[in-house]
Design a protein around this ligand. Structure first.
Ligand code: FAD
Length: 461
């Protein structure tokens, strides 16, 4: 294997790792970025499948994501808005289909009033608690020890309202069932997007896309880093920090790090680990990480969601006066949107099959899963949906270097127990990824913020 010396080594060429490297190089540091995959971008990835350009991973940008919007502009990339003209579709728990305009779906007067009340409560909590350090709030423990599912039902006996509100965070964001995470975790998700109202407003949260795909943000950053900085096909196996006699309790400062990947070994002063927390344990640390890190990393896990892409000769729903947007808590695909590419004459729909529903359909043969998912899309937009020219399911759950989608969250009680320590450097080891972000938590914007923050920490404040 090749051996190189750099000031700083970055593990992972996703948005967080590349943003960190960009900051360090701008500050005059020499850097190596080691990436396990044969491409950059991590959970953002564009592919042409059967002739159709598809964004397999992260793609949407909301107006508050100024770190990402600023970088997109800096890199000379352009954005376009999600198509949203016409009626949206709501499928009620009894299976009846309703069209509507505006932000509130026609769930019945009492349920709508209840949903608005719950959104108000969550908006207040998000404003009061914030995204920066939710664990520090006086109510942190109380809200972190009750599941979002049960907390909603303590507040309201309207099951439909609880379910609809639950899904915005559960199936819609954390991609775990709402009994599997706490109310504090739900409040962090809302606060990271500015408010709960923002989170439930698809025209806000799913506002724009990058022309040419979100992965091009990472590709452009990698290109500007220059030659001999990013090493692909370079999974990091071992990070040695400190001398052979060191333990975490007795670490000799200034001894630097040696990082082994398959093709290259890097000697550096510091390392930024820019991979999601569920993958930290894939790396051997010598000496081992402190007990607290060993514990906390076992409480952060990724959810699971299938992002379904269906491409049609035309965006047939538009001709029917439909926006392509649809919601149905009882549907297999609980959401659907128009995901047509910029300047494309074909029409693309994107649907999402989340958490326990994903588990169920993954037990089925692929053809049966496809049939059920397309059937669900047809409930929203008509039987034309049954017959796409291209069909593809994004499955990051089976990707070795991700293992789920979209991002990591704590299990019940983990956020207030470990959150305050999750970004603590360990000697010369620093952490950065969207899964640890405040603003832009779980999103590309948060990954970039984390990358920049870790670089500043390495640079000494
Ligand atoms: P990652 O993107 O996961 O990058 C980490 C990198 O580290 C990867 O390239 C990985 O291969 C590499 N790696 C892991 N282990 C090692 C190792 N041992 N050695 C070397 N390299 C390693 N966000 C949005 O903003 N908008 C969206 O619409 C959106 N939709 C999404 C849809 C899907 C299906 C998915 C999966 C994600 C979505 N996200 C979205 C989330 C967004 O993509 C992530 O938050 C973001 O990519 C995280 O960036 P990151 O750099 O922190 O981590």
């Amino acid at each position: 294997t090749e051996a190189v010396e750099r000031d700083v080594v970055v593990v992972g060429a996703g948005p967080a790792g590349l943003r960190a490297a960009r900051e360090l190089v701008a500050a005059g540091k020499t850097v190596a970025v080691l990436e396990a995959r044969d491409r950059v971008g991590g959970r953002t990835w564009s592919r042409v499948i059967d002739g159709a350009f598809l964004e397999i991973g992260g793609q949407w940008i909301s107006p508050d994501q100024t770190e990402l919007l600023g970088l997109v502009e800096e890199l000379g990339l352009e954005t376009f808005q999600r198509y949203r003209e016409g009626d949206s579709v709501y499928i009620a728990p009894d299976g009846t289909r309703h069209t509507y305009t505006g932000a509130t779906f026609p769930a019945g007067e009492q349920t709508i009033a209840e949903m608005e009340r719950l959104i108000g409560v969550l908006d207040e909590l998000a404003a009061d608690i914030g995204a920066a350090e939710p664990w520090a709030h006086p109510r942190a423990r109380e809200l972190d020890t009750v599941s979002f599912h049960h907390w909603l039902r303590q507040l309201s006996d309207d099951e439909a309202a609880c379910n609809n509100i639950g899904i915005y965070v559960a199936g819609g964001m954390l991609t775990k069932p709402s009994h599997a995470f706490s109310t504090l975790q739900a409040v962090l998700m809302a606060a990271s997007a500015g408010s709960f109202s923002n989170l439930v407003d698809e025209d806000f949260i799913l506002d724009r896309r990058v022309v040419g795909g979100m992965q091009s943000v990472s590709e452009a950053m990698a290109e500007q880093l220059g030659d001999d900085v990013v090493f692909l096909n370079a999974p990091v196996r071992t990070i040695r920090w400190g001398g052979p006699e060191d333990t975490y309790a007795e670490h000799t400062p200034g001894t630097g790090v040696t990082v082994w990947s398959d093709p290259v070994t890097v000697r550096a002063q510091q390392v930024i680990v820019a991979v999601p927390p569920n993958l930290y344990s894939r790396i051997s640390f010598e000496p081992p990480l402190p007990r607290l890190q060993h514990q906390m990393h076992q409480h952060q896990s990724l959810g699971i969601v299938i992002k379904v892409h269906a491409v049609y000769e035309t965006p047939f729903w538009r001709e029917k006066g439909l926006s392509g947007t649809g919601f149905g808590a009882a549907e297999l695909s609980q959401e659907v949107y128009d995901n047509t590419n910029h300047g494309d004459s074909r029409g693309t729909l994107v649907g999402f099959v989340s958490d326990e529903k994903a588990d169920e359909v993954f037990k089925l043969p692929a053809a049966e899963r496809k049939r059920l998912i397309l059937e669900s899309l047809s409930h929203y937009l008509g039987e034309e949906a049954l017959d796409p020219v291209v069909y593809y399911e994004s499955d990051f759950g089976s990707e070795e270097w991700t293992r789920g989608a979209y991002a990591a969250s704590y299990d019940l009680g983990g956020l207030h127990r470990y959150g305050a320590d999750q970004r603590n450097p360990v000697g010369p080891i620093f952490w950065a990824c969207s899964d640890l972000a405040a603003e832009g938590y779980q999103h590309v914007d948060g990954a970039l913020r984390q990358g920049r923050l870790a670089a500043r920490e390495v640079l000494g404040g």
